[in-house]
Design a protein around this ligand. Sequence first.
Ligand code: GLU
Length: 467
Amino acid sequence: MSELRVRFAPSPTGYLHVGGARTALFNWLLAKNKGGTFILRIEDTDVERSTKESVDAILEGMKWLGLEWDEGPFYQSDYFPLYKEHVQKLLDSGKAYKCYCASEELDTKRNLAMQEGRKPKYDGTCRERAEQPDGQPYVVRFRAPQGGVTAFDDLIKGTITFPNEELDDLIIQRTDGTPTYNFCVVIDDASMRITTVIRGDDHVNNTPRQIQLYEALGFPVPQFAHVPMILGSDKARLSKRHGATSVIAYRDMGYLPEALLNYLVRLGWSNGDDEIFSREEMVQKFDIGNVGRSASVFNTEKLNWLNAHYIKNGDPERLADLLLPHLSVREVTTLNGPDLMVVVRTLQERAQTLEEMAERAVFYYNAPLSYDEVALAKFDKELLLSVFSAVMEKLSKVSEADVSGIDALFKEVCNENGWKMGQVGQPVRIALSGGTQAPGIGEIVVTLGIEETIRRIQAAREFVAGK
Ligand code: GLU
């Protein structure tokens, strides 16, 4: 194992967002690529907004994507004593101070600064306070360096420099004694010996403050890589407004984890013009330095294309297992029908999602209750009746069916009666499936079995005859 240690640090205030999943993926890939360690840390110090359901949803999403972590999950809420200890350390060394300013007072000063067009910044009233008022509530502030700059070489964005005068004396502990977000992150990343912090670029502004804290505490500063945002098609930050953003919602819509991972890895990262990456290839080729600097736009069509690719090339047995929940929401039971694996084989060529596949699989298990009448109306009634009779007649003589045998049988029916394939295949397809969107006729007949096929053609014939 190399020394590389990375972490994914979600706040459990909702489900696992695709943006978060991509951050997790980049961390995971870097760890796997370098033989490092991938750590999962749940940032649940915001007790009001953090929920157990959200933790479960995040873990479920990570597991579904196969982003296994090597250490954790660690929960920030278990480390309050550690944060307190470090606050005290900074107080003792004079690198932090107690601030007694009342919040109303600070609000007034902030408003005034804004009115006067100044940057609202803590004015340092308590910075040099000699007297410590007894028993009064206080926050603890970090004594931030006043002059100079704080800079870092971001692995994605290049050098980023912040003038220190723009950075406030950050509150590291609130009046109620709880530590604040930026402080906890630093203590955690340091104590977990994180070497590379990969996170969304909405955290860029936190980084100089965190670097100052590392330095004040005497911890080595990790490397940073800030990943650009994912946008919706209108170039606004991807949100529910644009459609599903939760990883689990994609699972439920019938996407395969390998398709979503492949989609996410290409959202910002590239390796030449390659589009298809197996998990192993991603691991082998991933380089955080090849992540682009600009934001990426979420493109559902491309995701669908990848999903179709993975469905088409997927193992039918595994796809059958994954398809089951999509069938059971449709109240379809596969017990008294064809082997689901065989059904999958007939559908995987053309389905974009498992939902679509499930929708198309229903007819194999439930004989049609109605027919696409518009499609049927394209054929003359007498022709339909003769076609159905001729096909049933032929099929009744067949004992064992294979696809090429059935295809040949249909050709024979056409030749003997002077019909075109479209005049025979399409009506039979409607008879068997109710519609026209079904696999090849030979495949359907073989999958349904001769007996069931004849039963369905008979039912369709009665329907047409009764019209
Ligand atoms: N908890 C933060 C978030 O969910 C991540 C912080 C970090 O990665 O440093 O946005």
